[in-house]
Design a protein around this ligand. Structure first.
Ligand SMILES: NC(=O)c1ccc[n+]([C@@H]2O[C@H](COP(=O)([O-])OP(=O)(O)OC[C@H]3O[C@@H](n4cnc5c(N)ncnc54)[C@H](OP(=O)(O)O)[C@@H]3O)[C@@H](O)[C@H]2O)c1
Length: 287
């Protein structure tokens, strides 16, 4: 089975809420240089089959091969779905995981995904018996070669601590919404750092509009006002500053853009280095 060139990517293109534009935007993202795609087998918010159509178009155009890509999808419990379920709701959770994975592989026309996430735990409070069953079923999918890595999403520090206390295998990835006002999810990020779990941050822009409008960010993006120590960031956009900042904190960012120019700009943020004083200032803007 072909393996991707890079085991873990440095930027994820998110495909939520793109509906009929999903195939074209997936192909465009690959054309612009993204090599990692995030989706979910949750028709309510994602059109996973459309992602597969975009991939197929990119393969046909000779843009990429499957081995160049990092594909990530998710298992979503029934309460997070609408009526378009990718599994039999009467089946056990273990069977639902197997059915959802089979359907994802079918949608994406691949024999394996690179990462498989639990979209969110069963309860907002605790890591429950349902999560234990689902996580075990996901481990079996991994052991059968249908995913290389496993992760969890929308988790609190408590969920992760309970996983660890139950001696569960810890995830390779945590994918969370990253609010500046919560110190950019500081507690969860620290838990991840200590255990070498890769933290993926989503809604870095949409969840942090006040940061994008903050005078500090304006200063960092303005060549006119840029001081010597901030010169590296001259001419960057606010979005680029936030993505660069996130990466400096060790966050693997996702972008949800639907715009070709923004795709280019988001990828170009990888070349932007913020000076440590700017990073500290942004980190303490809120939280
Ligand atoms: N696990 C979960 O429960 C979960 C939940 C939500 C999202 N996600 C994943 O995370 C992905 C991203 O989420 P998101 O859409 O909330 O993230 P986002 O990237 O914070 O938000 C996207 C918004 O930012 C704008 N944007 C992006 N790049 C820009 C740039 N360079 N300049 C100006 N504006 C820019 C986009 O506008 P334009 O389209 O005009 O560029 C769009 O309005 C989703 O697609 C999904 O894959 C996961």
């Amino acid at each position: 089975m072909p393996q991707p060139r890079s085991p873990v990517p440095d930027f994820l293109f998110g495909t939520a809420w793109k509906e009929d534009r999903t195939p074209a935007l997936t192909e465009l993202a690959l054309r612009m240089g993204f090599r990692a795609i995030d989706t979910a087998n949750q028709r309510r918010h994602y059109f996973e089959e459309g992602v597969g159509q975009g991939l197929a178009a990119a393969y046909r155009a000779g843009l990429v091969t499957r081995a160049d890509l990092f594909l990530q999808t998710k298992f979503t419990y029934q309460p997070g779905q609408d009526h378009r379920l990718p599994y039999d709701p009467a089946a056990s959770l273990s069977v639902q995981v197997a059915q959802s994975m089979a359907s994802s592989l079918d949608h994406l026309a691949t024999g394996y995904v690179d990462s498989y996430l639990l979209h969110g735990p069963c309860s907002n409070q605790d890591w429950t018996d349902a999560d234990i069953e689902v996580w075990e079923a996901m481990r079996q999918e991994r052991d059968a070669g249908r995913t290389r890595l496993l992760g969890v999403s929308n988790v609190s520090l408590r969920h992760l601590q309970e996983m660890a206390a139950g001696r569960a295998e810890l995830p390779a990835f945590v994918q969370n919404r990253c609010y500046a006002r919560l110190g950019w999810d500081r507690a969860v990020r620290l838990f991840c750092q200590e255990r070498k779990i890769i933290y993926q941050g989503f809604s870095l822009l949409t969840a942090n509009q006040e940061v994008l409008r903050h005078p500090l960010i304006a200063r960092l993006t303005s060549a006119r006002l840029t001081t010597a120590s901030l010169a590296a960031s001259a001419n960057a956009t606010p979005a680029q500053v936030v993505f660069s900042f996130a990466r400096t904190l060790g966050i693997l960012p996702l972008t949800g853009t639907s715009d070709g120019e923004h795709m280019k700009q988001d990828l170009a943020s990888r070349a932007l280095t913020l000076p440590p004083d700017a990073v500290n200032a942004i980190e303490s803007l809120a939280g």
